[in-house]
Design a binder for this molecule. Structure first.
Ligand SMILES: C[S@@+](CC[C@H](N)C(=O)[O-])C[C@H]1O[C@@H](n2cnc3c(N)ncnc32)[C@H](O)[C@@H]1O
Length: 193
């Protein structure tokens, strides 16, 4: 039945009749609303991102929590070479998502103090369950909380200061002013600095 309804919507989408056009637009809007409401209740990742967009829109950068172990081996190795065996190294993983970046950093910097910070409370709940040593601390990201743990010798801020890069590339959007204004990026860099 849903397949048939979708087919009808497809067929009538380009209709010249304004009444049909309006009806199809209303139907599509209702359909997407119902779909998203359902998703809000069953998909915890979707819900956490939506809540961030609504309640932390001023502070949130990239919303997707995509991450994996050893994502940037060249950068991590270069940093390890740079610091050598510096004592009491303190590292911030800003936007650590579900913690894989912090676990990776531990393998590159076996003795460092590592602070992982993320703004997404769902990720926070996940990384707080990770079995880590006592030189790793996970915090909920906020200026004051980060400041309490600083200063840092290195700040890894990977795939954070951006918004929807794949969507932007696919759509060929040339100005991201409305999606991710430069001022937001600049403010965060100043704050981390
Ligand atoms: C694509 S993930 C990157 C994860 C990891 N850094 C990596 O490169 O694999 C982006 C992360 O940035 C986080 N983020 C966005 N705004 C943030 C903020 N203001 N403070 C801390 N984390 C933030 C998101 O919640 C998300 O987990």
């Amino acid at each position: 039945m849903i397949g048939a309804a979708k087919q009808v919507v497809k067929e009538y989408k380009s209709s010249r009749n304004p009444f049909i056009k309006l009806s199809i637009a209303t139907l599509s809007f209702c359909w997407y609303s119902v779909k998203n409401i359902k998703r809000f209740f069953v998909d915890t990742e979707f819900r956490s991102i939506l809540l961030l967009q609504v309640f932390s829109s001023k502070n949130v950068h990239q919303t997707t929590p995509l991450t994996y172990m050893d994502r940037y081996p060249e950068i991590f190795s270069a940093c390890r070479d740079y610091f050598g065996d510096k004592k009491d190294l303190k590292i911030l993983s800003f936007g650590c998502s579900t913690g894989e970046e912090v676990l990776t950093l531990r393998s590159y910097f076996p003795n460092a103090y590592i602070i992982g910070a993320d703004i997404n409370k769902r990720s926070l709940a996940i990384y707080r369950k990770l079995p880590v040593d006592n030189k790793i601390t996970f915090i909920h990201s906020s200026s004051s909380e980060i400041q309490k743990h600083g200063p840092f010798d290195a700040v890894f801020c990977m795939a954070v200061l951006q918004r929807k890069p794949h969507y932007i590339a696919a759509k060929g959007i040339s100005s991201i002013k409305k999606i991710y204004p430069f001022e937001k990026f600049e403010k965060q860099i100043i704050e981390l600095n």
